[in-house]
Design a protein around this ligand. Structure first.
Ligand SMILES: [Ca+2]
Length: 87
């Protein structure tokens, strides 16, 4: 799944991919660490770039991460929202 390394990449995703959800939620390749409120990219890159929406992350039980028109949200992993693969 896509690793969002900087603002340009996030803006590209939001400009070019439309999930059909209210805030254009799209799963990205980050997830919450099991031991707390930190996150990691699935490819092992340091989680240095992130753009959390105001008030996010807000729920330790939300293990996945999405982009949105307002930035990153932690979110449950079970919604049928699109995800982006990066090759
Ligand atoms: Ca959340």
């Amino acid at each position: 799944m896509v690793v969002v390394s900087d603002q340009d990449e996030e803006e590209f995703i939001q400009a070019n991919f439309k999930s059909g959800t209210q805030y254009n939620f799209i799963y990205i390749g980050a997830e919450r660490d099991l031991n707390g409120n930190t996150f990691h990219w699935l490819n092992g890159e340091p989680f240095t770039y992130h753009n959390w929406d105001l008030g996010q992350p807000d729920n330790p039980e939300e293990m996945c991460v999405v982009t949105s028109t307002n930035g990153f949200h932690d979110a449950p992993c079970y919604f049928s929202w699109p995800l982006i693969c990066e090759i």
